[in-house]
Design a protein around this ligand. Structure first.
Ligand SMILES: C[S@@+](CC[C@H](N)C(=O)[O-])C[C@H]1O[C@@H](n2cnc3c(N)ncnc32)[C@H](O)[C@@H]1O
Length: 286
């Protein structure tokens, strides 16, 4: 559980991974909200020796990279996501960053040599088709995953009912395809990160006494039609939000600290008490 005391990070200087940040754009990414989230982190985590930071819905990892850069006493982090192409990408950045950079530079060169929007779109669609064969080695899969993420419409990751990536071309004039500095810095910080693929509940097995969980699950949509939350074939519906709350209860019973963010459904409909009711026993929730 979080407390609501303000916490100012006084920035003890660290050389490692200073330019680390998400290497993919991710819907629901928390980069903009880090100043607010960092203020409500539980005070205790700054003093815990050998802190284990656990992020069961890591997505683009905005919070992960910020935590690893800012909190000195993290001994280890454990990240998880149900999207296996995303977690494969984390593995590639951690273990094979130089080859990944070389592959991305090749793609970047080829893409930039195409001058018309139409030819770039054809290139994009060819790469998308190749990626959707789902038969690629991890490093090529990750290079295409990053390329598509940086050149597709709005950096969305959306798959159809067959699990095929179907986001259209993004029409950017000069997209970054190989952000070498970020990839190198991320790789350095990922050395102390264990990467898991699957359902969020499996992270419980990795908790130790000094663990802190940050949950950023797919948002509950503000309306029937508005928000995007289909990152994977499996929907994250209200029943899943309830399952997550029961998981948080389990953490609480075991004495682990946790913090969770979700959409503010009440801002759209003052009568919507879904989260107020669900988390009513955690009275100091923001
Ligand atoms: C809101 S996003 C996380 C965004 C992330 N905090 C960031 O800064 O980019 C939610 C993530 O949960 C993942 N997800 C969906 N269902 C899941 C499940 N049952 N277990 C674990 N991860 C899941 C999605 O693939 C998605 O990456």
């Amino acid at each position: 559980m979080k407390n609501d005391k303000n916490r100012i990070i006084n920035g003890s200087r660290q050389s490692a991974g200073l330019s680390a940040k998400p290497f993919v754009k991710w819907v629901g990414g928390k980069s903009q909200l880090i100043p607010s989230i960092s203020k409500i982190l539980p005070q205790e985590i700054f003093e815990m020796p050998d802190l284990v930071y656990i992020e069961p819905f890591v997505g683009g990892g905005a919070m992960l990279f910020w935590m690893l850069k800012s909190i000195k006493n993290i001994r280890k982090a454990v990240i998880n996501d149900i999207n296996s192409d995303l977690t494969t990408a984390y593995f590639a950045v951690k273990n094979n960053v130089n080859e990944l950079i070389a592959r991305l530079k090749n793609i970047e060169q080829e893409y930039q040599s195409l001058t018309s929007e139409e030819s770039r779109k054809i290139f994009y669609l060819t790469m998308r088709e190749r990626y959707n064969t789902k038969s690629l080695e991890d490093i090529e899969n990750t290079a295409l995953f990053i390329f598509l993420n940086h050149t597709c419409f709005n950096g969305l990751h959306r798959v159809n009912s067959k699990g095929l990536f179907n986001v259209p071309f993004g029409k950017y004039t000069n997209p970054t395809i190989c952000d070498e500095d970020t990839l190198l810095a991320d790789s350095e910080l990922l050395q102390k990160v264990e990467i898991l693929t699957g359902d969020f509940e499996q992270t419980l097995d990795y908790a130790t006494e000094n663990s802190f969980f940050y949950f950023d699950p797919p948002y509950k949509p503000l309306s029937q039609t508005s928000s995007f939350n289909s990152y994977a074939r499996e929907a994250f519906n209200d029943a899943e939000q309830v399952r997550l709350k029961h998981f948080c209860d389990k953490l609480n019973d075991k004495g682990y600290l946790w913090l969770l963010s979700n959409s503010d459904v009440k801002s759209n409909d003052p009568n919507n008490n879904f989260f107020d009711d669900l988390y009513s026993c955690y009275l100091d929730c923001a």
